[in-house]
Design a protein around this ligand. Structure first.
Ligand code: GAR
Length: 209
């Protein structure tokens, strides 16, 4: 089983669903570490309660982004981590860190990329009047929210939706999609090759929707 670290900054609901999925027999990954840049992240307590090793690396204790990331990297190497899942991790990562973990680090983003990169995705989706919205799991590349796409899930936008109602509909899909995408990269169903995602023969992305 591949050793996975989940990086969080907040409540960690996606993290909990990844932990739950990895507890199932036959899942190709084990969650070996949950790491937060915020010592007070609610998700850290929830991970501890689930019996997972946790670590806080507070970015405020480091004078530069590089020195913070050196500390992150050292912790990940010390825990023998093979793959990283960003799950509501709200620090922008430098090219150095991203290149170092290229093909081994994935992120979940609350929109149908390449639409609505960045923050406030649900508000912006409502402002644009799109009728479908959703979430995306992608490999992380230096450009923010721009990496090759592994999996997406779609939800309708319905009359009367608010940011909250739309977010609530999307997060249900995030919780389902992220474990599926983690499985895919750990068992070789999806891998990064020359900047593109290559899917194993016979993989039916439509059937997985
Ligand atoms: C999730 O909706 C995730 O997609 C989003 O933050 C939330 C974290 O919730 N991530 C981003 O916006 C990344 N730019 P969680 O802590 O409950 O998993």
């Amino acid at each position: 089983r591949r050793r996975v670290a989940i990086l969080i900054s907040g409540r960690g609901s996606n993290m909990l669903w990844l932990i739950e999925a990895a507890n199932a027999p036959g899942f190709p990954a084990e969650i070996a570490l949950v790491l937060s840049n915020r010592p007070d992240a609610e998700g850290l307590t929830r991970a501890k309660d689930a019996g997972i090793a946790t670590l806080a690396v507070d970015h405020k204790n480091y004078p530069t982004r590089e020195s913070f990331e050196q500390a992150l990297d050292a912790a990940l190497v010390a825990h023998d981590i093979a793959f990283i899942c960003l799950a509501g991790f709200m620090r922008v990562l430098t090219d150095w860190f991203v290149e170092r973990w290229a093909g081994r680090m994935i992120n979940i983003h609350p929109s149908l990329l390449p639409l609505f990169r960045g923050t406030h995705t649900h508000r912006r989706a409502l402002e644009e009047g799109v009728l479908v919205h959703g979430c995306t799991v992608h490999f992380v590349v230096p450009e923010l929210d721009a990496g090759p796409i592994i999996a997406q899930a779609v939800v309708p936008v319905v009359p009367g939706d608010t940011q909250e109602s739309l977010a609530a509909r999307v997060i249900v899909q995030e919780h389902r999609l992220y474990p599926q995408a983690l499985r895919m990269i750990c068992d070789g169903t999806a891998r990064l090759e020359n900047g593109r995602v290559v899917f194993a023969q016979g993989w039916d992305a439509g059937g997985a929707l």
